[in-house]
Design a binder for this molecule. Structure first.
Ligand SMILES: Cc1cc2nc3c(=O)[nH]c(=O)nc-3n(C[C@H](O)[C@H](O)[C@H](O)COP(=O)(O)OP(=O)(O)OC[C@H]3O[C@@H](n4cnc5c(N)ncnc54)[C@H](O)[C@@H]3O)c2cc1C
Length: 571
């Protein structure tokens, strides 16, 4: 089956919806835009974003674009491209106002002005928020705005299996409509990949179950390099035992981190910023407390520290952090008004992703990438909280516009690469999960997650990562023995699990291979065997290229430094 559209948007999270609105808007609704999502549109992971979206909104009170840019560059441990950062800080305030005009219910000050709260690593209160459900309200606002455009088609619950490129030219997507079971070729003149992050390869994580890195893995196999994959963010406050996020807004609103001696231990690690230091630093502090015996014993090795909100009082918790209270009560049976919440670092964000230039363009003509799936090099080695949703909005807009203008520019629809389409249908429904059944995909995924949790976590060493690499290769071999027992094409979650796990294994390998090669500590990549940053050798981006015959091939590109030379990073 075939369908054709001018612009294809792979993903309906914040980046995808913002791109779709922009493509429809710049073309005056003349372009035929399709949004393809493996879930119902509003179930995209972005609805989970809690704490806020960063933007400079109060220059008259002391904030400035320079300050936001400096915070981002310093937070990135100087791996961010500074031209990209500068563009970002200039564009994000416009997106906050744009969403306001489109009707988002931003939380406000008593005088009616848009409110902002402190966030880790930012030296000014610049996380714009809607209670602690910021992503949910942003998604709703974009969804409502999309209703103005008649020529937008939705493919919900449609699982994309490959990005088809022939002779360097983008042709379309192969997709499996989960409700009807049909396999479709989606032809398009231009593509925006907005398929989100990948850290479901970790067991203890804040991510939605669907964040399995499909977009990154498909782009990688189609020949697009992945950049800086070794940099995985661990959020300091994953709830025990589920990993559900306790937003950084909880520390931004004044929450204390405490060890088993009731000490605010951040005094030892970041005396000036305390709990609102950047995430890599707070996560390392927590793990050090736990490793040195000042944590609390948790279930299944999940030892933890406390985040204490009690001193904030019931009114502030109910007004500013209602979701956090609800989550703590429902999932840990703890009311934060009366008791501290048990937390530890949880895999939370991929700083790496599909390599793009400053406009979100990939190396393939007609293909852009935006949001967490992409690595435009805004976050470098460590992202600041609230910069991701802002990035999704800024590069959603940029890529939506670029893709639309490209499609409007007299481009013809590509022909269907019939053989590739047939081969892919065969791969998905016949070859995948056609083993002897001696292995279970769920057991393999659990082993992958345990390995990543234990060997490629907050602290890493060469030997630990080497062990992880051996395990990843073993798991890839064992995947050949997996049998999909469900033969149906309709909502076949067994088959989806096999496709996802294949993707997770490929991406885990890029993280580990990049991490072994990078013999330094920078941002979230913290090696106890190479504890210092080494700018002479490693002030550069890692590029991982797909190599069907073995491990990914690595090469490196320079960091764009325009304003600030790297200095020691202290908080
Ligand atoms: C719990 C939590 C809270 C967070 N809070 C904040 C915050 O307060 N502020 C902040 O700045 N950042 C926050 N982040 C990070 C931020 O939410 C994400 O980085 C961002 O929302 C990612 O958006 P996205 O549009 O790139 O991808 P997503 O929202 O993940 O969307 C991906 C889309 O791709 C689709 N897709 C994926 N694979 C396929 C496939 N094979 N076929 C078809 N469709 C596919 C999915 O269906 C989905 O629609 C938070 C993250 C977490 C985990």
């Amino acid at each position: 089956m075939e369908a054709k559209h001018d612009v294809l948007i792979l993903g309906s999270g914040l980046a995808g919806l913002r791109a779709a609105v922009e493509a429809a808007r710049v073309s005056n609704d003349t372009l035929d835009v399709a949004i393809i999502s493996r879930v119902q549109l509003m179930r995209s992971h972005s609805v989970c974003a809690e704490g806020g979206t960063a933007a400079v909104m109060r220059p008259e009170e002391g904030d400035s674009l320079e300050l936001h840019a400096w915070d981002t560059v310093r937070g990135s441990d100087f791996l961010a491209d500074q031209d990209v950062v500068w563009r970002f800080v200039g564009e994000s305030p416009k997106e906050i106002i744009q969403l306001d005009h489109w009707g988002i219910p931003w939380s406000r000050r008593p005088d009616g002005r848009i409110n902002q709260r402190p966030f880790g690593g930012h030296s000014f209160d610049r996380a714009t928020f809607a209670e602690d459900k910021t992503g949910f309200f942003e998604m709703h606002t974009l969804y409502d705005t999309l209703q103005k455009y008649a020529r937008v088609t939705r493919y919900d619950e449609c699982y994309v299996t490959s990005i088809v490129i022939e002779n360097g030219v983008f042709k379309g997507l192969t997709a499996w409509d989960l409700a009807s079971g049909k396999f479709i070729f989606l032809r398009g003149k231009a593509l925006v990949i907005a398929a989100g992050g990948a850290c479901r390869m970790y067991g203890f994580t804040t991510y939605s179950l669907t964040a399995t890195g499909d977009g990154m893995a498909m782009a990688y196999r189609a020949g697009m390099p992945l950049k800086d994959m070794e940099f995985v963010q661990f959020h300091p406050t994953g709830l025990i035992p589920s990993g559900i996020l306790i937003t950084e807004g909880a520390r931004g609103e004044g929450g204390y981190l405490k060890n088993n001696k009731d000490e605010r231990f951040m005094e030892r690690y970041a005396p000036s910023k305390m709990e609102t230091a950047p995430r890599d630093i707070v996560s390392r502090a927590e793990m050090t407390e736990i490793i040195e015996g000042r944590g609390f014993e948790g279930p299944e090795g999940l030892d933890y520290v406390h985040i204490d909100l009690r001193h904030l009082g019931a009114d502030k918790i109910n007004e500013r952090l209602p979701l956090i209270r609800e989550v703590a009560i429902k999932f840990a049976f703890i009311d934060p008004i009366e008791q501290p919440i048990p937390v530890r670092p949880a895999a939370h964000y991929c700083m790496g992703g599909i390599h793009t230039d400053i406009d979100g363009a990939t190396l393939v003509e007609g293909v852009w990438a935006a949001g967490e799936v992409a690595c435009v090099s805004l976050h470098g080695a460590n992202r600041l909280g609230s910069n991701s949703t802002a990035e999704c909005l800024v590069w959603g807009k940029i890529t939506g516009e670029k893709a639309a203008r490209y499609a409007m520019n007299g481009k013809k629809l590509p022909d269907i690469p019939t053989q590739k389409f047939r081969d892919e249908e065969k791969r998905v429904f016949e070859t995948t999960g056609n083993g002897d059944g001696s292995e279970s995909v769920f057991a393999i995924r659990t082993e992958l997650q345990r390995t990543m949790d234990h060997n490629v976590g907050v602290f890493r060493t060469g030997p630990d990562m080497k062990q992880a690499l051996d395990k990843i290769k073993e798991l890839r071999n064992r995947m050949r023995h997996v049998k999909v027992v469900d033969n149906s094409r309709i909502y076949n979650t067994n088959l989806i699990a096999v496709l996802e796990t294949t993707n997770l294994i490929d991406l885990a390998e890029t993280i580990v291979v990049g991490g072994i090669a990078r013999t330094e500590s920078r941002g979230a990549h913290s090696r106890t065997d190479f504890p210092t940053r080494d700018d002479a050798s490693w002030l550069k981006h890692t590029m991982a290229h797909y190599n069907p015959a073995g491990e990914p091939r690595l090469d490196y590109t320079p960091v764009n430094i325009t304003m600030w030379k790297p200095v020691e990073r202290k908080y």
